[in-house]
Design a protein around this ligand. Structure first.
Ligand code: SF4
Length: 588
């Protein structure tokens, strides 16, 4: 007999190691991905209150919708809170409001949780809501034996850390060993050949039809040229050379170009626009930093080599871990917190208050409360003293800062804290960027337009208005009428309301692998995998540009992103010069 108790909880979403590995090894249409993502983690006491045990089915309801998923106990989750890994299940319930910043409220949506019966919500049910076509057969590249080759100093194309010390052992076209890479890197590189899109496809009725690359590009060019206001989204998992072409395409189309910053570190860019920043490279951190703050980030899951490369390692002046103090500031005890000297638990959504209190303590001002944001005032004064006494300090700032509460105001205040500390010592702030070239995407957009994301060309010149020209808002308001999605998966990462509009407009997807967005697309163009089959330039999360090399040719007939985009751009220009359909006319 199930007790029909309902609890009102605060939902937090984020990345997990299992999610990253399953996504690369098995693909997002797999059981393994569903196992990793379709789950809710609850505090033990809340589970008791609900009368459920590990693996029980619960219904999770928010203002946006409801899903049925299995519940699991977690020591990292506080009472009154819940954690669901980012993905299509979380997106069905997250609060999509962006507060005029472009970023939906992925942290702290109010949900009701109650025990349930029957079956969990399946990915097929979610995708059916978006009129997706699930491919019946997903191909791998055939592996053929051959001679063994070893490639050194390879760059990992997974996260913003862009580790450039990888050694790859390749036999024929199979990557046999990845030395120096973390679990995510090994999973991505060793499985590069799996669940690939190997031929261009066009949606016709209820299925995909194989077409030539020429036909797919022509269809894509027609869709984009005919649209009144197309969205070009993604750009953080491709190289700078492709992003440059994307900006030109957006300008010619008078559309809008946006990258995944809008759902990760957009607020970091906005904060820096307001108050400047204080930065350094990771190399300097390794050599000099003796005080390390990790605020709202869990590199143990998202940037797994971060600790070993920059915190535990020996530098020129810092002889290793024992010469550094590491403080994690977070709402929960993350795996990263367990590697730190101290965990400072901040109340959810109260980071701004804590940063402000730290700034007051740094300036020796009186804090008249016994605690701020759940942190005792004496701890705040002690932390401020430690920071001022450090020789070289760094704050690694994650999405716990950018996605919560005051968002860009959090970042602005954190930068000001670093500025204040620079009156005493040297202190810098480095954002923990997620996708491997999201930093490059921001940089290329900045060089070419003056803005880092959400750039609108509809008036013939670039402008950026967060909350107006940013992808989630444009989709939720139904303003764009076609979309080009490159190396990104908004169906997996945008709130339900945004995906609903995406599923109603023509979508072109350029991707090496099957993504959830590919399943709702009208045109799918396969591309080569950067770091294996394609090369180019990418920016590490500390703004250092690195050259990514390729080691194998792309599959027959498959091109790299920059080449695909150049051909598409030429066709769009041709189409416009020919005086084809006028803007806004339908396409066939
Ligand atoms: S930390 Fe990031 S860049 Fe480095 S090996 Fe892991 S996934 Fe790749």
């Amino acid at each position: 007999m199930i007790a029909k108790q309902t609890l009102s909880l605060l939902l937090n979403t984020g990345r997990t190691i299992k999610q990253g590995i399953s996504m690369e090894a098995e693909g997002k249409l797999s059981e393994a991905y569903a196992d990793a993502v379709a789950r809710i983690e609850l505090n033990e006491d809340d589970m008791k209150a609900l009368g459920i045990t590990d693996g029980s089915l619960v219904e999770v309801i928010s203002k946006e919708g409801s899903i049925k998923i299995r519940a699991f106990r977690s020591k990292e989750v506080k009472r009154g809170h819940a954690y669901v890994p980012m993905g299509p299940w979380a997106n069905m319930i997250v609060d999509p409001q962006t507060m005029s910043l472009g970023m939906p409220n992925y942290k702290y949506t109010i949900i009701n949780v109650r025990p349930s019966e029957g079956k969990p919500t399946s990915l097929i049910e979610i995708l059916a809501h978006y009129n997706a076509i699930i491919p019946t057969e997903i191909e791998d590249i055939e592996l053929r034996g051959g001679s063994q080759k070893v490639y050194e100093y390879m760059v990992c194309p997974f996260c913003g850390e862009l580790c450039d010390h990888l050694k790859l052992e390749v036999v024929g076209n199979e990557i046999k060993k990845v030395i120096g890479g973390c679990a995510n890197s090994v999973s991505k590189l060793r499985n590069y050949h799996k669940h690939r899109i190997l031929r261009p496809l066009i949606r016709e009725g209820g299925h995909f039809r194989e077409v030539s690359l020429e036909e797919a590009l022509r269809r894509a060019a027609r869709i984009l040229s005919s649209a009144k206001y197309p969205l070009l989204f993604g750009w953080s998992s491709t190289v700078n050379e492709a992003i440059r072409v994307g900006v030109e395409l957006a300008e010619i189309l008078r559309g809008v170009i946006d990258n995944t910053s809008v759902v990760c570190h957009g607020p970091t860019a906005l904060g820096a626009q307001d108050v400047g920043t204080a930065r350094s490279t990771l190399g300097i951190i390794r050599h000099k930093a003796d005080y390390i703050v990790i605020w709202g980030s869990n590199p143990s899951a998202s940037h797994q080599n971060h600790f070993s490369l920059w915190i535990f390692s020996r530098g020129k002046w810092i002889k290793g871990r024992k010469n550094r103090k590491v403080v994690v500031i977070d709402v929960r005890e993350t795996p990263a917190a367990r590697l730190a000297d101290e965990l400072v638990r901040v109340e959810p959504g109260k980071d701004y208050e804590l940063i402000t209190a730290l700034r007051m303590a740094v300036r020796d001002l009186d804090i008249e409360l016994p605690s701020v944001a759940g942190v005792p005032t004496e701890t705040i004064y002690r932390l401020a003293d430690e920071m001022k006494s450090a020789k070289y300090g760094v704050i690694f700032e994650g999405m716990g800062i950018t996605m919560t509460g005051a968002k860009h105001r959090n970042v602005e205040e954190l930068i000001k804290l670093a500025h204040d500390l620079n009156e005493w010592t040297r202190f810098v702030l480095i954002p923990m960027r997620g996708h491997y070239n999201v930093t490059g995407s921001d940089n290329v957009f900045l060089w070419t337009t003056g803005y880092p994301f959400g750039i609108d060309f509809s008036r013939g010149y670039p402008r950026m208005v967060p909350g107006v020209t940013t992808a989630p808002d444009l989709l939720m308001r139904g303003e764009v009428d076609a979309a080009l999605i490159i190396s990104s998966d908004p169906v997996a990462h945008f709130p339900k309301r945004a995906v609903e509009h995406l599923s109603k407009i023509p979508v072109i997807t350029i991707d090496p692998k099957w993504s959830l967005t590919a399943t709702i697309s009208d045109v799918i163009i396969p591309s080569g995998i950067v770091g294996v089959e394609c090369g180019g330039t990418a920016y590490r999360l500390d703004d250092v540009p690195l050259r990514i090399k390729s080691i194998l040719p792309p599959p027959p007939g498959v091109l790299c992103d920059d080449e695909i985009l150049r051909r598409l751009l030429e066709m769009v220009k041709e189409y416009r010069n020919e005086g084809g359909r006028k803007r806004g006319e339908g396409y066939s």
